[in-house]
Design a protein around this ligand. Structure first.
Ligand code: KIV
Length: 273
């Protein structure tokens, strides 16, 4: 189903069918207006917990709450008409076990109307993925670099530096697939390892900093638009939003200061009753 011509919302089953086929296009979204711009171009939109860093100015994603994800998920669902919308379960909302995960995921699904949730998947989360999928909640897994684990791993370093690391990522991917995940994000891994994961699992892999060997790609939208001075190595800036916005604000400030804004066309001249 081409993103430009589709007449219904993309489902998880549609995404699964794209394994090894036309690359899956996805971006993160956090609000309604941007979701409506991204929607016709993307197969799915991720309401990522990166919202904590790129919208709320937090240092990591660890401070993001379930209520924040639900608020942004609702906004994105209002803007996205046909792309599948996937909402991240944030740190602390699922790791205690299947019941906690179900409580959080069912709230997300019911309150936002999104089509799936995403969880950062270690081998230990296989039980959680199985519990959710058995109960009707589609799960996208997230393996490789897991930003929610940054306080244990000590940073945002790409994975695949040792045989142990490679084996762990492969084990996480296989466990998530076996447990019923319909797709998985593969973040920050060496190209060869990304290829190995993609060839090993039968569900689509969505790469971010994981090479073109994946079945699709995702980027954090403000990063690829060029909103920030610094971006990680794997980001390509497809625009320079920061400069464009800066120019517009500079022009506005100058117009206010020299009293050319508001002008003739921008004032009300109402007839008196
Ligand atoms: O939170 C997020 O935006 C993500 C992407 C980096 C895949 O998980």
């Amino acid at each position: 189903m081409s993103a430009q011509t589709r007449s219904r919302r993309v489902t998880c089953a549609d995404i699964m069918k794209r394994k090894g086929g036309e690359p899956i296009v996805s971006l993160t979204a956090y609000d309604a207006p941007m979701a409506s711009i991204l929607d016709p171009h993307c197969d799915f939109l991720l309401v990522g917990d990166s919202v904590g860093m790129v919208v709320h100015g937090l240092p990591t994603t660890v401070g993001v709450t379930l209520d924040m994800m639900i608020m942004h998920g609702k906004a994105v669902m209002r803007g996205a008409k046909t792309a599948l919308v996937v909402v991240d379960l944030p740190f602390g909302s699922y790791e205690a076990g299947p019941e906690q995960a179900f409580e959080s995921a069912s709230r997300v699904m019911m309150e936002t109307g999104c089509g799936a949730v995403k969880i950062e998947a270690g081998v230990y989360t296989a039980d959680i993925v199985r519990f959710l999928t058995d109960r009707g909640i589609p799960v996208m897994a997230h393996v490789g670099l897991r930003p929610q684990a940054v306080n244990v791993t000590g940073g945002f370093k790409a994975k695949g530096r040792s045989n142990d690391e490679t084996d762990t990522v492969l084990a996480e991917a296989e466990a998530a697939e076996k447990a019923g995940a319909f797709a998985m994000v593969v973040e920050g891994v060496d190209e060869a390892l990304a290829g190995q994961v993609t060839n090993t699992v039968s569900i689509p892999t969505i790469g971010i900093g994981a090479s073109a060997t994946c079945d699709g790609q995702i980027l954090v939208t403000p990063d690829m638009l060029g909103l920030f001075d610094w971006t990680p190595k794997f980001v390509r800036r497809f625009g320079n939003a920061r400069e464009r916005i800066d120019e517009a604000i500079e022009a506005y400030a100058a117009a206010v200061r020299n009293r050319t804004f508001p002008g003739e066309a921008e004032v009300y001249r109402v007839k008196k009753d």
